[in-house]
Ligand binder design. Structure first.
Ligand code: V1S
Ligand code: CA
Ligand code: ZN
Length: 392
């Protein structure tokens, strides 16, 4: 399989893959859109192509209490560890925003959180000691968690913990978030520093779309004295953006951020709910367009951490993260788009290709593009103006 698909291991270019099958076994509850099982589907696809042979694969470990305390408060971690499993009552969260229907308390919750956090921390360390050029944790990317609060299916913020690791060695980290939701937890954590620039592209509709933040003029602290001023970049979009516009916007804005900020490491949150046909998302981005964002970041030749995030139509999440793994290891051009016959749960994919057409993905649903080119150009102009104030 490996030879047939031409998957090789280019000398001197290392990709590490951090995962743990334990994570996939957790359940948020029957009706909950977050399904850790999507990771099993993604892993099956990645392995059926033989891609694991081209990476350093690591079974990740739980983050230690000390590591979690790098960002989270003692009281919050105590509560998270001891919280008793309970079905949400009338959608009302109790302490620390836990126990409502968004962030239920389920069996093995603390184990789940420590595991996905451990994987992102390990991945960041591989980049710090130059053992990896790209490190991947598809179980991470849980960007809404705050210091002492769960939010939007996220309990522990593995991205913040990974960036804190990177900052031990790297002077400047660029965080890029292509999840359809605003990366509010990461933005808030690094709001007052000029060592991390956060960039989130997301659906924004005032308060109507979760989490209700991420307007274009949210650029950092108001005071010019605060080092974090101008270091938060927000790209709010309307429903239905397509590949052409999204990739153009992504390359233009990321290109400008890299030029001004000169990051020495990049973290790319690859939330797959920005894909067309997502159960919670609103965009018309395809697997190809989503993957182009990864290709572009790889082409910058800066140490790169890839994490997962949202993604609520499991077959498309698996397609995207398998395709993005192939980009990381450099075999995307030679990968057979027909899903191998021996792929586990192959019947779940509905169509047998990694790249279904928009018509197949949307299955008759019509999601018009509400993003005129003029609006996209205005966003670019506004970010250009913002970045004039960034010096490194
Ligand atoms: N959109 C949305 C959505 N759907 C749900 C949900 C649906 C069924 C359930 F059984 C449980 C929850 N919650 C939401 C959003 C949260 C979205 C989180 C996205 C996370 C990420 O992809 O960015 C990263 C992993 N929550 C809300 O909209 C809040 C409510 C306001 C409405 C929904 N109810 C269930 C909770 C309160
Ligand atoms: Ca986002
Ligand atoms: Zn999301």
């Amino acid at each position: 399989q490996i030879e047939k698909n031409g998957i090789g291991r280019p000398k001197g270019y290392n990709v590490s893959w951090h995962s743990n099958p334990d994570i996939e076994k957790h359940h948020f509850g029957h009706a909950h859109p977050m399904k850790p099982w999507r990771l099993t589907l993604a892993k099956g696809l990645i392995m059926s192509y033989g891609m694991h042979a081209a990476m350093d694969t690591f079974v990740s470990r739980q983050a230690t209490r000390e590591e979690l305390e790098d960002f989270h408060s003692d009281e919050y971690l105590d509560y998270l560890k001891t919280a008793k499993v309970a079905a949400p009552i009338d959608d009302i969260p109790v302490d620390f925003n836990l126990g409502g229907s968004d962030c239920p308390i389920f069996e093995g919750l603390f184990n789940y959180c420590s595991m996905y956090a451990g994987a992102s921390i390990d991945a960041a360390r591989k980049l710090c000691n130059n053992e990896s050029d790209i490190a991947i944790n598809w179980s991470g990317g849980l960007h809404h968690a705050k210091k002492a609060e769960a939010s939007g299916f996220c309990y522990v913020n593995d991205i913040v913990l990974a960036i804190l690791q990177l900052l031990r060695k790297h002077p400047r980290v660029l965080y890029i978030d292509i999840d359809v939701h605003h990366g509010d937890g990461v933005e808030e954590a690094f709001w007052s520093t000029d060592r991390v620039m956060t960039l989130s592209i997301h659906k924004y509709d005032g308060l109507n779309f979760f989490p209700g933040t991420g307007d274009l003029d949210r650029t950092g602290p108001d005071s010019e004295e605060n080092p974090g001023a101008h270091h938060a970049v927000n790209v709010p979009l309307a429903d239905g953006i397509d590949d052409e516009q999204y990739v153009w916007l992504f390359k233009t804005i990321v290109g400008m951020c890299v030029e001004r900020f000169q990051p020495t490491a990049i973290v790319l949150q690859c939330g797959a709910d920005s894909l067309a046909g997502d159960r919670l998302g609103r965009f018309n981005v395809q697997v190809q367009g989503h993957g182009s964002c990864v290709s572009y970041c790889k082409s910058l030749n800066i140490p790169l951490l890839l994490v997962g995030g949202g993604g609520y139509t499991p077959r498309n999440v698996a397609r995207a993260w398998a395709h993005e793994t192939s980009i990381a290891i450099g075999c995307d051009a030679t990968l057979d788009p027909i899903i191998p016959m021996h792929t586990p749960y192959r019947q779940h994919f509905r169509y047998d290709t990694i790249f279904p057409t928009l018509e197949q993905i949307l299955a008759g649903e019509n999601r018009p593009n509400r993003n005129p080119d003029k609006k996209i150009r205005e966003i670019i102009a506004s970010v250009t103006e913002q970045l004039r104030f960034v010096n490194c």
